[in-house]
Design a protein around this ligand. Structure first.
Ligand code: KG4
Ligand code: ZN
Length: 334
């Protein structure tokens, strides 16, 4: 059974081909260079880039899998959440192909795709597990009891973790996206030298806006109107201190969720799961508790279409499909 997956929810145009659960090809074309100069994703530019690139990317994915469009049995596409114009490009293409070829079509929640990305490299993972979904748009903890059974334990009340990374990087005059840049910078800094506050919310909710303000206030001490940021500001230490605060909170709540639900498996998913410190701390803490940790490889942490194809295929196998009147939605709970 061959599934073509399509992902256009934000600034990556992606297509992938799966043979059952095996990835035959996964092509990701990032628009980062286009959005970089604006310090964030410009929705209209993103839509236009998807429009220009999607068909060539689909062709590339088919060629890399050595299959043709006539071999495809199912089309899976991200239909929510994301930038509405960007989603519309992928959903329209998916519907058109499915209709023209007379094959089934299924809409996938982007967040579910991220969580199930762990199943690509660990097909035998099994349920239940705790999933920490951390990306530019989400920060949430789920008790995953089966396919499609995601009990949300908590989520961010303000910024997503990736969003906080991007905003803090911007405050420091660093490039978009801020996550990878701050991650690299933090490795050269001392996480103890500036102690930023941790958001202490009861339960499993997160908050990163207070931390962001604390970083802004710290940077303000080194800012002057005419000379910009004083070189005395230790950007490495700010990055390390900020990262330590984010990672402490994410790891702490995830371990607490595993303990309180009695679950001994953890999946970390989404773009921020590519963070070196988060990966290292999760590994340490999981090991201490005899918890099995499933960390997707970097390629499957960031946006890709293989995870969308897999999620679509798994639902299809249970007899689910979407109607061709499915429309993209800017937001929708998982
Ligand atoms: O999952 P993703 O590719 O797109 C969304 O669905 O949002 O995640 C993108 C987010 C961005 O905010 C980016 O800064 C962050 O993931 N990110 C990282 C790292 N790599 C990407 N954050 C921290 N450390 C990283 N190494
Ligand atoms: Zn994503």
């Amino acid at each position: 059974m061959l599934t073509l997956g399509i992902e256009t929810s934000c600034d990556e145009t992606a297509a992938a081909v799966l043979d059952d659960e095996t990835v035959l090809s996964s092509i990701v074309s990032s628009q980062i260079d286009i959005h970089k100069k604006y310090g964030g994703v410009v929705p209209e530019l993103a839509s236009r880039e998807h429009l220009k690139n999607l068909i060539p990317i689909i062709r590339e994915a088919l060629a890399a899998a050595s299959v043709s469009l006539t071999d495809i049995n199912l089309i899976a596409v991200t239909y929510t959440p994301g930038l509405i114009g960007a989603l519309l490009v992928g959903v329209s293409a998916a519907k058109a192909i499915a209709y023209a070829r007379g094959i089934p079509f299924i809409g996938v929640h982007h967040g579910e795709g991220h969580i199930l990305a762990a199943h690509i490299e660990y097909p035998g993972i099994g349920y239940p597990y705790i999933a920490l979904l951390v990306s530019g748009g989400h920060t949430a903890l789920y008790h995953v009891r089966g396919l499609g059974d995601y009990r949300m334990l908590g989520q961010t009340r303000d910024d997503a973790a990736g969003e906080a990374y991007d905003k803090v990087a911007k405050l420091m005059g660093l490039e978009y996206p801020g996550g990878p840049v701050l991650d690299r910078l933090a490795q050269a800094g001392n996480p103890e030298s500036i102690k930023f506050p941790r958001g202490h919310l009861a339960g499993y909710d997160f908050s990163f806006s207070g931390l962001k303000t604390a970083v802004r206030n710290h940077i303000a001490l080194f800012m002057s109107k005419d000379r910009g940021i004083d070189p005395k500001l230790r950007k490495e230490d700010v990055a390390a201190g900020f990262q330590a605060a984010v990672v402490d909170t994410l790891v702490g709540k995830t371990m607490q969720a595993a303990a309180e639900t009695g679950v001994d498996k953890i999946v970390v998913a989404g773009g921020v799961a590519a963070n070196s410190s988060l990966r290292a701390r999760m590994k340490d803490e999981a090991e201490k508790r005899s918890i099995t940790l499933y960390l997707p490889g970097m390629f499957y942490c960031i946006d890709n279409a293989a995870m969308i194809a897999l999620a679509g295929y798994l639902h299809y196998r249970r007899g689910e499909t979407s109607n061709l009147d499915l429309n993209p939605r800017a937001s929708m709970p998982l």
